[in-house]
Design a protein around this ligand. Structure first.
Ligand code: HEM
Ligand code: HEM
Length: 182
């Protein structure tokens, strides 16, 4: 008897999951690059770039919440058949990516609030929640923000390599299921 639970090779992630996946991947890379280059911008640009970094970072946090809710309500397609070890590694890796996608902006937000910063979203501004705390106290929070951001982008890099390995070497449907179409 054939096993009916084998993945149908045409199964795709739904449109919302795909749209969220690719828009968030792009946003994360832009916000990461902005974070690293803020000091390279001329003085007159710096403040705008920090506000852009914070605004887009908060958008990532809202999107990851939306994505988790969507994910719980809509099952993803059954993974392409592979060894138990690879399947667990993928599960663990995806879980860690979700965790870091939420953790990085949360730490950024905590850092920003404790530095006594306001939030300028262009159309409106949210004033500072508290007075500025000294740099000696907030420096470790900024460092955690940076390290967590590197972990997120590093893991996403490995994840992209794994997707390319599926596509180019194993020649299975893993990447196609996340690409536009049908
Ligand atoms: C996925 C989202 C985010 C990523 C990948 C990210 C990444 C980074 C990176 C790589 C840096 C440079 C680290 C350093 O120079 O110490 C940075 C700095 C910073 N981030 Fe984020 N960040 C994100 C979200 C946020 C959010 C939501 C906020 C606050 C609302 C925020 C606030 C800041 C601040 C205030 C700095 C220091 C900027 C400066 O003064 O040079 N970040 N971020
Ligand atoms: C910052 C960048 C990225 C992040 C944070 C990210 C995150 C994720 C997460 C959390 C999942 C699991 C989705 C779920 O089942 O709920 C996923 C799936 C997937 N991602 Fe990414 N991703 C990123 C970039 C990329 C890139 C660049 C590629 C391709 C080169 C890619 C290819 C895929 C594929 C093919 C899947 C489906 C895997 C499967 O069916 O087992 N991702 N991604």
């Amino acid at each position: 008897m054939t096993d009916m639970s084998l993945p149908s090779s045409g199964a795709h992630y739904d449109r919302v999951a795909r749209a969220l996946h690719w828009s968030m991947a792009a946003l994360i890379l832009i916000v990461f690059a902005l974070g690293l280059t803020i000091d390279d911008f001329p003085r007159s640009w710096k403040l705008t770039m920090i506000e852009l970094h914070k605004g887009l970072g908060i958008a990532i946090l809202l999107l990851v919440a939306l994505r988790l809710i969507w994910r719980l309500a809509h099952r993803p397609p059954v993974p392409v058949a592979s060894s138990a070890l690879l399947a667990s590694a993928a599960k663990l890796g995806h879980g860690a990516l979700y965790l870091l996608m939420a953790l990085v902006p949360v730490i950024g937000l905590v850092y920003s609030i404790r530095r006594g910063q306001s939030f300028d979203f262009g159309l409106f501004t949210i004033p500072a929640f508290q007075a500025q705390e000294p740099r000696e106290i907030t420096r470790p929070i900024r460092e955690w923000h940076e390290w967590a951001a590197f972990a997120l982008v590093g893991l996403a890099g490995l994840h992209a390599l794994a997707a390319l390995w599926h596509h180019l070497i194993r020649k299975d449907d893993t990447l196609r299921r996340m690409l536009p179409g049908r």
